[in-house]
Design a protein around this ligand. Structure first.
Ligand code: ZN
Length: 267
């Protein structure tokens, strides 16, 4: 599933490619991602609008249009957005295809149709959007993280980092990387973290996400599909040598999510 670093780069590249493009027509081939909204009204409302920018909010992409409306997309597990060149073929599994006046198109695809799409006429997010604080915004301070962590006397720190109601954008892969960088075991009870550990965790969140964005920018080369994960230190590397201490990377299912950690570097 794409996480904050992927989606930030997707948003940057979508803006660079489609800013100022005006919508000619919209075709809905699978209405499920629209939920209860009418496909006809959705198509009509988007027609004639010019794209101003694409931004990331939590794990969602938000397309802003010239008439003040916002298209929210949550790619969920399998959603992908593909560019379609002028005269090009629409990919299989396209749910929504946005055709622009310059003859290019954007195909929003999902073979499972689990992705979510909503058109809203105010900056207010649709109900399924994450409402947690964004870890890259200036108001995500050490103090703020301290408040979030100290209230949680149950569950574990990995689950807290991934909870989109608290913090928006971090998922399974980057929570493992962040906790490894901070030297904290994923199973730790959040409220047991010391002030020093919270400080390290805060620094690791910023460092890991920013480093990942740089790697993905380099790897994806202007695109907005796919997951670049070859730079990860421990996530997905069961039994490989920990890059810091050479001990084998441990693997455990935590709440159904594959979790990777080092019992030497993390306590
Ligand atoms: Zn280690």
């Amino acid at each position: 599933m794409p996480e904050l670093p992927d989606l930030t780069v997707f948003a940057e590249n979508l803006t660079a490619s489609y800013k100022n493009a005006t919508i000619l027509s919209v075709y809905v081939s699978a209405p499920k991602p629209l939920g209860a909204a009418s496909a006809e009204a959705f198509q009509k409302a988007l027609r004639g609008n010019t794209l101003l920018s694409v931004q990331r909010r939590g794990k969602q992409l938000v397309f802003s249009f010239s008439n003040g409306s916002f298209l929210w997309i949550h790619l969920m597990l399998h959603g992908e957005i593909y560019p379609v060149a002028a005269g090009g073929e629409t990919p299989r599994y396209a749910c929504v295809t946005i055709h622009f006046q310059d003859k290019r198109a954007l195909a929003v695809c999902d073979r499972t149709q689990w992705m979510k799409v909503a058109l809203v006429d105010s900056p207010k997010a649709p109900p399924w959007a994450s409402s947690g604080i964004d870890p890259l915004w200036p108001d995500f301070t050490v103090q703020k993280l301290h408040e979030l962590v100290s209230r949680q006397k149950r569950a574990n720190i990995k689950t807290l980092l991934m909870n989109q109601r608290y913090i928006g954008g971090i998922g399974n892969a980057f929570s493992d990387e962040i906790l490894w960088e901070a030297g904290i075991l994923p199973l730790r009870i959040p409220s047991s973290l010391t002030a020093g550990e919270i400080q390290k965790l805060h620094a690791a969140i910023q460092q890991i996400l920013k480093r990942a964005m740089n790697e993905i920018r380099r790897g994806i080369q202007g695109g907005f599909t796919g997951e670049i994960r070859d730079f990860l230190a421990i996530h997905g590397r069961k039994n490989a040598a920990c890059p810091r201490c050479q001990s084998p990377v441990q693997f455990q299912l935590l709440g159904g999510r594959g979790t990777y950690f080092c019992t030497t570097c993390q306590t």
